[in-house]
Design a protein around this ligand. Structure first.
Ligand code: IPE
Ligand code: IPE
Ligand code: MG
Length: 250
């Protein structure tokens, strides 16, 4: 189902807060390249514009009282892109945090990152680690970046750790259940997403949170990420609030 036509009824934060908001919203921020292409700009211009949208959407999520906002920023498959594009993407967290970290601190946002950080350039790791440390005392919105993240990679790592812990007697076979398995994932201590949003018209998960999205509500829009606005997030949550989540019950 495609949504995103928000020309009619403008929603407000006040409207949305009349009903429970999702605890955890996850977003596949897609379409930066096509946004740029449409304007005859280099793909990286789309990534740069997308960064400004991250700022806006984070502010809104925080004011809505959403607890966790997980943003897919770079997948384990995105290394296949041209080196110049990958290099630019790896510099974006540095620019984003240099520009907006003071604001994030002030707004009580906690920054977190999940993914294989070891493979990232030193400047990227350094920027992210600084942000994590400097926002660790905050207890508002958790802004969780998926950076060099791949769900299959995450699940395989969890299985390897579990096998190791069983071998060493730290974990018993009968203790392997959904709850303990989840604690071996990169999202440990983070509730599963309630709402998944993907922009740009693609209807797939692209290796994002395969375990954690088991019962999430999905919301897709044709809008490219650099064109995504507050009104789109409000619309997604309004639609979410109208859905009947049954979790297999009646
Ligand atoms: C999403 O936009 C950002 C990343 C994957 C890093 P894309 O770069 O995938 O944009 P399109 O899908 O090519 O338009
Ligand atoms: C998913 O988008 C990854 C991110 C948004 C970071 P892609 O653009 O990489 O996904 P595919 O290749 O279209 O599946
Ligand atoms: Mg894409």
């Amino acid at each position: 189902m495609f949504q995103g036509d928000t020309t009619n009824n403008e929603l407000t934060v006040h409207d949305i807060k009349q009903q429970p908001v999702p605890n955890h919203v996850a977003i596949i921020m897609d379409g930066n390249g096509r946004w740029a292409q449409k304007r005859a700009l280099p793909r990286i211009a789309g990534h740069h514009e997308g960064m400004k949208v991250v700022r806006k959407i984070t502010k809104l999520a925080n004011s809505l009282g959403i607890k966790v906002l997980t943003l897919y920023a770079f997948s384990t498959e995105n290394w296949k892109r041209p080196k110049t594009e990958v290099d630019f993407l790896m510099k974006l967290p540095v620019e984003y945090l240099n520009t907006y970290l003071p604001e994030l601190i002030e707004e009580n946002v906690q920054v977190r990152v999940m993914g294989n950080l070891d493979a990232l350039p030193a400047h990227t790791i350094q920027a992210v680690e600084q942000a994590i440390i400097k926002t660790s005392m905050n207890d508002g919105l958790t802004l969780n970046f998926a950076l060099n993240y791949g769900s299959r990679d995450e699940i395989l790592n969890a299985v390897k750790h579990i096998a190791n812990d069983v071998r060493e007697g730290i974990l018993q076979d009968e203790q392997i259940n959904e709850e303990s398995f989840s604690s071996y994932l990169m999202t440990k201590n983070i509730p599963d997403p309630d709402l998944l949003i993907r922009t740009s018209g693609e209807i797939r998960l692209s290796n994002f949170l395969l375990w954690q999205l088991a019962y999430a509500e999905f919301w897709f829009t044709d809008v490219y990420w650099p064109d995504f606005r507050e009104q789109h997030l409000l619309q997604a949550i309004d639609d979410f609030q109208k859905r009947g989540r049954r979790f297999g019950g009646v």
